[in-house]
Design a protein around this ligand. Structure first.
Ligand code: PXG
Length: 441
């Protein structure tokens, strides 16, 4: 008998897993077979507290019957309608609902099927907008180090994670701001660091180097997520906005992680009081039940493209599954849950206890920094000599065994629990993680 028949596990060989150490995983797999509320059920029958909302996406918690019912109803009513030159009512209803949640003015919604596609769509819209205004020479993009904007060629190029970039050709004409993390001045900051607003002034320098009239847009995550939860220094985003305004650059906020209540407001834009020109979203839009992404676009940008004869297609871009009816149904049901349960307000109320729990872990292991904002946090473990990533991986495995799912990249732990988490579960999270950290060599 092979391993699979002994353990009742499926054959693991055919599935080439994404962003995964395939050989390591398959030697010691972690399979999840069910999920309800804040907990996963593992294939060996254990309950595991989901301290990552899946991959920062199951904001309302798992197994929501309202979403399942809406999806089933939609599938049996209209499973699919062509996305080009045709549509269906839920696409319009959802667009209106999203536009009620986004900052005023960002009320034209372009749909995609993932965060990566939302980013590509935003970048293309930025280019098309400048071209429509007779400024087609504005083709440069400015991203930032340690940024993650998905894995398609545009998002990868403006992104700033070296492993995602080094194997592939990149878009020409992309510059990067430095990352805002500044441990020398700001380690163990609670919330936004006090120091570092001036990092935004690099944008002025880059503008000076290339000329503003060559730059289409600046794209940033308001709080960098995958790069290690890096809250922006106080005043930093304000400066970026001011410099963009001064030079006619569009400001794109990639809110794939920060959207839908992660900071206790609908979007980070409202949390920080800074309005971008385009805002990308995905993940929490459907509570991750069905893939969907979108870009919310300022009405002026949209209107600038609504030119020429009415029979002309204004933007040559879109996907077979743009505004897929089933995704729309899942999104509408998710937005209903967020509103009915006041989950963004609840997340805001949980931010302080979460901050206290996470910063309470200082001293439990060799830790060089702890950062947090809203319901996101990161803990930097010191790398073990000669074995970067080993301590982090050990933390992941031990936490999982102890009933807690955390996210680890290299030696950084990230936490982003569902917005439905309460004080008792925050205390559990802190206790389990504290014990795990204390057990690490
Ligand atoms: N932008 C941001 C800010 C993201 O965080 C994407 C775009 C791409 O989304 P899609 O749906 O194409 O994956 C993301 C995705 C992690 C992790 O462990 C983060 C993401 C995805 C998978 C894992 O940090 N963010």
């Amino acid at each position: 008998m092979d391993d699979a028949s002994l353990t009742n596990r499926p054959d693991l060989s055919a599935f080439w897993m994404p962003f995964t150490a395939n050989r390591q995983f398959k030697a010691d797999p972690r399979l999840i077979v069910g999920a309800r509320g804040l907990y996963y059920q593992t294939d060996d029958g254990r309950q595991v507290l989901d301290a990552t909302s899946g991959l920062w996406c199951v904001n309302a918690g798992h197994g929501r019957p309202e979403i399942a019912e809406a999806v089933q109803r939609q599938l049996m009513t209209l499973d699919y309608a062509p996305a080009f030159q045709m549509s269906h009512p839920a696409a319009f209803e959802l667009s209106t609902r999203i536009a009620q949640l986004t900052p005023p003015g960002l009320d034209r919604i372009f749909f995609a099927n993932s965060g990566s596609e939302a980013v590509e769509s935003a970048m293309k819209i930025a280019l098309a907008y400048h071209r429509a205004r007779g400024e087609g020479q504005r083709t440069r993009f400015i991203g930032r180090e340690r940024a993650y904007h998905g894995v398609n060629f545009g998002g990868m190029s403006v992104g700033g994670l070296v492993n995602n970039r080094r194997t592939f050709p990149l878009l020409p004409g992309v510059d990067h701001l430095r990352a805002t993390h500044d441990p020398a001045r700001s380690a163990f900051s609670r919330g936004q660091p006090d120091a570092g607003a001036e990092f935004a002034d690099e944008l002025e320098r880059i503008v000076g180097l290339h000329g503003a009239d060559t730059i289409a847009a600046v794209i940033v995550e308001p709080v960098a997520g995958s790069g290690g939860v890096l809250p922006p220094p106080k005043g930093y985003l304000e400066r970026l906005r001011a410099i963009c305004d001064r030079h006619g650059l569009l400001l794109i906020f990639d809110e794939v992680i920060t959207g839908f209540g992660r900071l206790g407001a609908p979007f980070a834009a409202q949390y920080f009081g800074i309005t971008p020109d385009i805002l990308t979203m995905a993940k929490g839009l459907t509570n991750a039940a069905i893939p969907m992404g979108a870009a919310a676009v300022k009405r002026e940008i949209h209107d600038a493209l609504m030119q020429g004869p009415p029979a002309a297609i204004e933007l040559f871009h879109g996907y077979t599954y743009s505004a897929h009816p089933v995704a729309c149904a899942a999104a509408l049901a998710s937005l209903d849950i967020y509103a009915r349960e006041r989950l963004f307000e609840h997340a805001a109320a949980m931010a302080d206890p979460f901050e206290a729990a996470v910063h309470g872990l200082k001293g439990r292991a060799p830790i060089s920094d702890i950062r947090n904002l809203g319901l996101m946090a990161a803990i930097d473990l010191e790398a073990r000599a000669g074995a970067p990533g080993a301590r982090g991986y050990e933390a992941l495995v031990r936490a999982y065994q102890a009933g807690l799912l955390i996210r680890v990249t290299a030696d950084t732990i990230a936490l982003s629990p569902p917005l439905t988490i309460g004080e008792a579960e925050i205390a559990d999270l802190g206790r389990i993680l504290g014990d795990v950290l204390a057990s690490l060599e």
